[in-house]
Design a protein around this ligand. Sequence first.
Ligand SMILES: Nc1ncnc2c1ncn2[C@@H]1O[C@H](COP(=O)(O)OP(=O)(O)OP(=O)(O)O)[C@@H](O)[C@H]1O
Length: 293
Amino acid sequence: MLELHNLTRRYGDVLAADDVTFEVPSGRMVGFVGGNGAGKTTTMRMVMGVLAPTSGEVHWDGTPATRAVRARFGYMPEERGLYPKQPVLGQLVYLAQLHGMQAQPARRRAVELLDRFGLADRVDDKVEELSLGNQQRAQIIAAVLGDPVALILDEPFSGLDPTAVDQMSELLREHTSQGVPVLFSSHQLDLVDRLCDSIVVLHQGRVVAEGTSEALRADAPLRYRLTTTGDTGWVRGVAGVTVIDLEGPSVLVEPQDEQVAQRLLTDAVARGGVREFSRIRPTLSEIYREVAA
Ligand SMILES: Nc1ncnc2c1ncn2[C@@H]1O[C@H](COP(=O)(O)OP(=O)(O)OP(=O)(O)O)[C@@H](O)[C@H]1O
């Protein structure tokens, strides 16, 4: 298990990461979200040990992560790691060897992954000759090649087409199913919601929310949508109900509790013509906007 303990990084007056504490349990996929400049890259760099924290520690299986342990983490840095002018396969094999793999197994695995991700005929091309999305595929392959014990990926899905997103998600799932903890940052909140076991929201360097998307949703206000065949203006007069949005036959409300919601439904049924009465669960984007506000 990977643990971040009170990681703090200061750049002059800027607190890029401020007491960042959370866990990435074995076999779990954790999504790291936050606006531009929130501190995600800074935090991931500290996890990898490429940036020294001002204070705080990274632990692996309960003890401070050593350089040797971190060498076994697969990393996809924000600035990407592959050299544009070198051929794809040779470079992947070289990087895997740096992580302790033998050349032959590294080559076999790299070819297998390149083939799986549609790059079989590009193995001898220079990285810069690939499209951006294909370079991104090669970058992800580089991160997973050395049989990593943990994966730290800075925006691995940016620029990927939907097919590649599905392929890469499956690849990451294969690693979590073998017990590897995976931390990845992303601005694609629907994707994070779909893929991750839990989510950490960073805002101005601080963790402002953390948990499964279900748990984050549980903290959100109770909301219902009522749609009828007539005008729903009468809802404004129902005690305990706050109207968020009303447009003729459809109204979005925040009842103060479930009982009030049921009373509203009873009133609506008594008036007749109910078309829809449904609980509205916030999207991760809405939760994010709320906690980052
Ligand atoms: N080398 C540096 N020198 C000075 N300030 C820095 C440096 N690196 C990052 N920062 C500052 O630290 C803060 C956090 O930046 P960071 O790149 O970690 O955010 P991020 O969440 O990864 O953003 P994005 O989503 O835009 O990639 C920002 O205010 C940034 O300007």
